[in-house]
Each structure stands twice: as C-alpha cells, then as structure tokens.
Design a protein around this ligand. Structure first.
Ligand code: NAP
Length: 321
C-alpha cells in the first residue's frame, strides 16, 4: 500500500480511502467487518464515514455506519492503526438545531459521533456540506475548539464551492484557527467540472488534500450498466441513471477501451485515472463486498501513461454544454 500525506499536514493516509456509507444500507454488519478486515490486511488505514449514514435507508436512524466501525475497531483492537474520518451537518435529531453547522449542533453531534465510534478523538472531522445560515466564523471557532480539546485532530470539508472554501481558509488564517486541511469533492470521469473548474487549482495552490467521493460514479464506471440493456438491480440505480446520456456512454466506452488494451477492468482504469493526479490524496471507494474491494485495490498497480490519460480526458471532456 502506498501512503500519502494529507494536504500540508503530517498525517499519512493510504492511497485509497474506504468509504462506509454502505454499512447498514447495502452491506450488513458481517460483510462490513469482512470488507474492513480485507482493507486493513491490504494496508489500508483510511476510513470515511458520516454521522448521517445512512438515514435515507428505510429503518436506518443514522449513526449506523459509525456504530459498526466502532464495534469493528474494538473487536480488532486497531484504533491506532486507523485514520478515522467522519462528518457533521446533516439532520440527526428533531428541532431547528438538529442539523447544520452552528456551534450548538456541532458540539452535540461531535459528542454523539465520539460515543458511537467509541473513540477519544476523531482524526479528520469534516463538514458534510455548506450551511449558509450559520456564520462561517462560528463554525470554524466551534471546530477549532474541538481540536484544542483534543476531540478532533484535523479538519476537513466536503461539497463546498471554491469561494466558500477560500473564504474559510482566509478566516482560519486571520483568526489563527485550525483550517480545513482536506476537501471531499464529488469527482469522477463523468463528473469533472464541479471539481476541476476552480476547486482543483485552489487545492493545489493552498495545499488542501483532496479525497474525492463517488470515483466510480456509484458503479456506472464499472461497466455493469449498458446503453442497450435493462440495468441490473442496485440500490444505487436511481443516482446512476443521471449518467445514462451520450457523454456518459462515450466516457464509458473510452474507459472500456483502455481497460481492454491493458487487460484490466474498467473500474481499475477509472480509479487509476484519479490516482495519477498529484492533487488527489486518496479516492474514497464504496465497496459492498470483499470481491468489489479486491478489484479496487488492484487499481493501485495500474499506472496510466500520459497518452492513456490524454485519451480518457478527451473522451470525458465536459465543456458545459
Ligand atoms: N461527502 C459526500 O457528500 C459523499 C457523498 C457520497 C459518498 N461519499 C463517501 O464516498 C464513499 C464512496 O462513494 P460511492 O459509494 O458513491 O463510490 P463509488 O465508488 O462511486 O460507488 C460505489 C458503488 O459502486 C459499485 N461497485 C463498487 N465496486 C464494484 C465492482 N467491483 N463491481 C460492480 N460494482 C461495484 C457498488 O454499487 P452496487 O450497490 O451496485 O454494488 C458500490 O456501492 C462513500 O462510502 C462515502 O464514504 C461522500
């Protein structure tokens, strides 16, 4: 396993991060344990979760993914070997302060996450998305307090626009607060513009680590969805359908051509395309099974040439039309 430092911190994380949104949604606890075991055995040390995972699944009150990770950490006694990332922002309890990035919500939500995870500190505490209804200074001061209290070690953010991230970095610097050292953007070969337009140069210039989510576009880039066939059953199908268009299929065709040429799978090309970009610290993969995880881990051995990268970039170019 390759390890990289997260942004300008000294924190070493594996080049693939294991996302855990699926625990208690599309993977049961026994499978979750097996996937985390296999990831850990392969040298993976970076786990991403969120307090809300997965409230949208029927019967899931949220917090389930964190609770499963907490039980796994205790069962395997490997807390020190793991870099634990979670998030705050989504609705976790009733009432006007049951969601958001106010001091009131963050302080309670952090305690709840620590309890479910069964740890004394969260390694990377990320805001899940923006909250325009709370002054940024309030959010950043609350997060900084958590760092000073030793309950959180590093801060990160997700789903921020470039100007909001830059503003946050400016406030942290001006006030001498801990800053967002990582960004978790939505990024894949079929979803490029949101990150590449402004966030990418910003992260490069400011030394913010980048841990993209949905690098396989929810499974679309594995090639299991075909333009001319009924889609296979998947809880992800609703979200994946957005790529069922001319650019999506053309991108997939280029990924499949590159995969056939090398004798690897489309999934491995899609991940290798991200791993080849110096701005990216670690893509966050969402394996449901050990077999899915193993296929993703093998992408670490695929080093694309500049000609292959150029072909993929051209086929997936998004000019905004
Ligand atoms: N910050 C945010 O707002 C945000 C949003 C979304 C996700 N995330 C994070 O990012 C992580 C990954 O996101 P994601 O699940 O969208 O990532 P993804 O890698 O784009 O999609 C994962 C899905 O691809 C399919 N897949 C994976 N390996 C496969 C294989 N070998 N063969 C066939 N299908 C395969 C599975 O779907 P099937 O169910 O069809 O098997 C799996 O659930 C999450 O767990 C979470 O930690 C963050």
């Amino acid at each position: 396993m390759d390890y990289r430092t997260l942004g300008r911190t000294g924190l070493k994380v594996s080049a693939l991060c294991l996302g855990t949104m699926q625990w208690g949604w599309t993977s049961d606890e026994a499978t979750a344990f097996a996937v985390m075991d296999a990831f850990f055995e392969a040298g993976g040390n970076f786990l991403d979760t969120a307090d809300i995972y997965s409230r949208w699944a029927e019967g899931n009150p949220g917090g389930v993914s964190e609770a499963i990770i907490g039980r796994w950490l205790r069962a395997r006694d490997c807390r020190r070997q793991i870099v634990l990332a979670t998030k705050v922002r989504g609705r976790m309890w009733e009432g006007p302060n049951g969601e958001g990035l106010s001091r009131a919500h963050i302080m309670q939500a952090a305690e709840d996450s620590l309890r479910r995870l069964g740890v004394e500190a969260i390694d990377l505490y990320q805001i899940h998305s923006d909250d325009p209804g709370t002054p940024m200074e309030e959010t950043l001061r609350a997060l900084d307090d958590l760092v000073r209290q030793g309950k959180v070690r590093y801060l990160g953010c997700s789903n921020l626009t470039a100007w909001r991230l830059m503003k946050a970095l400016g406030i942290s610097e001006r006030l001498g607060l801990a800053r967002y050292d990582s960004l978790q953007p939505h990024y894949s070969l079929v979803h490029r513009r949101e990150f590449e337009a402004e966030l990418k140069p910003l992260c490069e210039a400011e030394g913010v680590g980048v841990i993209p989510y949905s690098p396989l576009a929810g499974g679309f880039l594995t090639g299991k969805y075909r333009p001319d066939a009924e889609p296979p059953a998947s809880a992800r199908l609703g979200g994946v359908r957005r790529y069922f268009n001319a650019r999506g299929w053309a991108t997939l065709a280029a990924v499949e051509a590159a995969a056939a040429e090398r004798g690897v799978t489309p999934l491995q090309i899609a991940l290798a395309w991200q791993l080849a970009q110096p701005v990216i610290t670690a893509p966050i993969i969402g394996a449901n099974t050990v077999a899915q995880l193993q296929e993703s881990l093998q992408a670490l051995a695929v080093q694309l040439t500049s000609a292959e990268l150029a072909q993929l970039n051209q086929a997936s170019a998004d000019d905004g039309r």
